[in-house]
Each structure stands twice: as C-alpha cells, then as structure tokens.
Design a protein around this ligand. Sequence first.
Ligand code: ZN
Length: 477
Amino acid sequence: MAHFDKKQIVKKSENPDRWYTDVILRSEMADYSPVKGCMIIRPYGYALWENIQGYLDKKLKDLGVKNAYFPLFIPMHFLQKEKEHVKGFSPQLAVVTIGGGEELAEPLAVRPTSETIMYDTYAKWIQSYRDLPLLINLWNNVVRWEKRTYLFMRTTEFLWQEGHTAHATFEEADAFAKTIMDTYKRFDEEELAIPVLTGRKSESEKFPGAKITYTLEALMPDGKALQMGTSHNLGDNFAKAFDIQYLDKTGKRQYVWQTSWAETTRVIGALILSHGDDGGLIFPPNIAPTQVVIIPVSHSDAAVSKCDSLKMELEATGIRVEIDDREEKTVGWKFNEWELKGVPLRIEVGERELGSKELTVVRRDTGGKRSVQLSAFSVQLKKLLNEIQKNLFEKMKKFSEENTHEVTNYDEFKNIMNNKKGFIRAFWCGDPKCELSIKGETKATTRVLPLDAKEEKGKCIYCSNDAKHRWYFAQAY
Ligand SMILES: [Zn+2]
C-alpha cells in the first residue's frame, strides 16, 4: 500500500480543482475505480457517510418514516409511464439486456431513482384511507451515466437515501415535503456546518415529474452553488400514472398525493470544498469520523498507558478518539497526516506531559494551541469541539453573505458572473426563455426562490418586463 512521506497536495488557494482531488486521494477518503466514472469509498470516507446516515436515519424515523428495500432493476415500461420522468432520465439510463446468457424479453433499467418501481407496488399496498400516510425511505445506490465525473460531486453510481411518501391530500403532501426540506436544512447547517438557502425551484429546474421541487443550495468557496438536497411535491402525477387510489371515509375513490426526497454522498464533496484549507481536510466535529487524535511523542510504557486512559475517559463521554501509536512514523509525519485528514483536535503526550496537570490541545480549524486542565478534560474538549463546529459554520455563513449580490442591471450581472461569481439576487419575470438566455450568456441558472419571498414590483433583469420576485441565480456544480 502506498504511503506518502510528504503531503503531496497542491495548495487550495492555488489550484482548488487539483487540491480537491489530491486531498480526497491522499486522505484515503476515496479512490478511482477501474470503471470510469465510478468511485471506491474507502473506510475513512465511509465512516463519514455512516455518521451522515446515523443522523438522518434517526431524524427520518422520528418523523414516522420506515426503512425498506426495493430492487435494483426496473422493467423498462415502468419508467415510460410518467412522461416527464422518462424524458428526464432516459439520457442517463444504464440498461441490462442480457441475463443468464439470454436476451431478456424486456430490458431492465438499473435504477436511476426508485419512483416507478415503488409506486407500482404502492398501487397494491394502498387501498384505503387507513393505509395513509405511507412513509418509506430507502438507503441504496443509484446509477446515472455521467459524461464528466468528479469524485463525490458527480459519479455514475452514488449512494443516497430516497424517501417516498403517499398522503390523502395535496396539503398534507406539501407540508411533508417542506418538513423534509427543514430537516435537511438543520442537518446541513448544524452537522455539516454549511449554510443553505431553501425554497423552490423554477419550472425548468425542477425534478422530472414533480409539481414543486424544494431545494437546498449552498455557496462553495469558488463562488458556485451546490444543490445539497431536494424534496419534491409530486402532486398526483405519479398517482395517475401508476393508478394509486384509495377509498376515502365516504367510500369514494381518490388519487393519493406524493412526495420524494433525497440527500446523497454529494454532500461529502460539499463538506470537503467548504471547510478544507491548504493543509488538507477540515471536518466539522459533529460529523468527523475521528474528533480527537492522541499522538504519543514517546513510546514508554507510561506514555502508552496515559494515552489509553485518556482515550477511555474521552470515549466514555461519547467523543470519537483515535491513538496513532505507529512506531515507524515520525511525530512530524503524524502531525501532517492528521492535519490532512481534518481531525478537529490533536493532543500530544510525551515524557514532559506525564507529570503535568494539563495537556496542550491543537485545533485543526485555527491552528490555535490551548492548555487544558486534566481535572475537567472531557468537558473542556467537548466545549472546544462545539466552538470549532460553530466557527466553521460562521465562517461559511459570512462567506455566503459577502458573496450574495443584489443586482438590477444585466451588465453588472454578467460582470459578476464573469469574475467573482457567487449568488445574485435579481428580478426575473418567470419566462423560461429569459432563464435560458441568461444561462447561455452567463452560465448562471435560477437556483432558488425562498418560500417567504415577498411579492414586489420589479423589472426582469433580462427582458425588463414586470417581475414579482427576486430569484437567487448562480453558476452551479
Ligand atoms: Zn424576463
């Protein structure tokens, strides 16, 4: 196995694209696979995904959602049942035509998303108002054939959770879709320390087959927006396509109202981009696979047992700790290594520390050192971890605010998109033609309209016709 004596990563400030790939490979988050566009997630990257799963899984269960599993293969004619849906996904489909050495009577699509395979079954499961709401989530992988791929951000196969619910009324479905959006927002902001804008998508940017798409948009350090998750109000589009009906309390047959929603391994890409620096990754403590690394500077029995007892003490209060006691590596090498891996706090234990009543703790986010009394060690460390969590969020929040521009003039719009980028708030008339022209000329798309956006009297940034709302525009990943 390859080990690197030096960090061998370029500076983020000099070449963010190279830095991003370097840091993922060198920190052993992920590796390239022999299949182009696919990605191998290594244990360090997967541990992060498990923390993401752990948090979201609990929040979804608190909302009454239950986990299940549906097959990887979808009969082709299922996908063709909803017109918009098939149009949206056809270009990216992987299709199996041979099974067991024989040509299949009907080709099978490798799931790009599970609406169609699930809703065929929902039509059987849902008969009465007593069967509603039906709230199901899947943790699985999906395949969307991509031409240009980028580790975590855009891969042909990726991991996610996809939720699919059915309700008795439009209002109930819409409220649930918004509740999920809020759940994702709390997750993105409180756990990943990434501030997001929430709201709805324009007609042309929404999910194929949805009535309303709610979205979460974050600004990355290069000024481009990244979609952190989506929650769709599907209306009765799929219910009609798959004939999902229930008998209401009066004995009348009604179509159900549905939602679907997802967060993917893509948020790991956002996490890396948002917080990392020239030294490597910086993980927010809440989600970091390892929160504290203890590095013995000496390998004496006393130092080793000191490290062990510290680890036990911290773990007893729920802190995730690792001891790096590899004797073949120098202390300096280890400092670099754990800095690269983004572990929030580092502690050194040498002969000098053995007799001391305090230990020096080093923060990854600021590089700051602090002496911490052993008498209240775990309490102090928890406090420090919370400070780091908060600091990372505040830093990104400030960045996002400083890079959001209110613009009323199209030349200024173009100028910003050509140079510093960021979010632009501008009036748009709602005509998809203006949206398309803006995209063609500036690469910026409408990202989101906040749900609480006030109605105003304005002029479209592109065509100068009347416009009611200021939308957020940005170039997107
Ligand atoms: Zn317009």
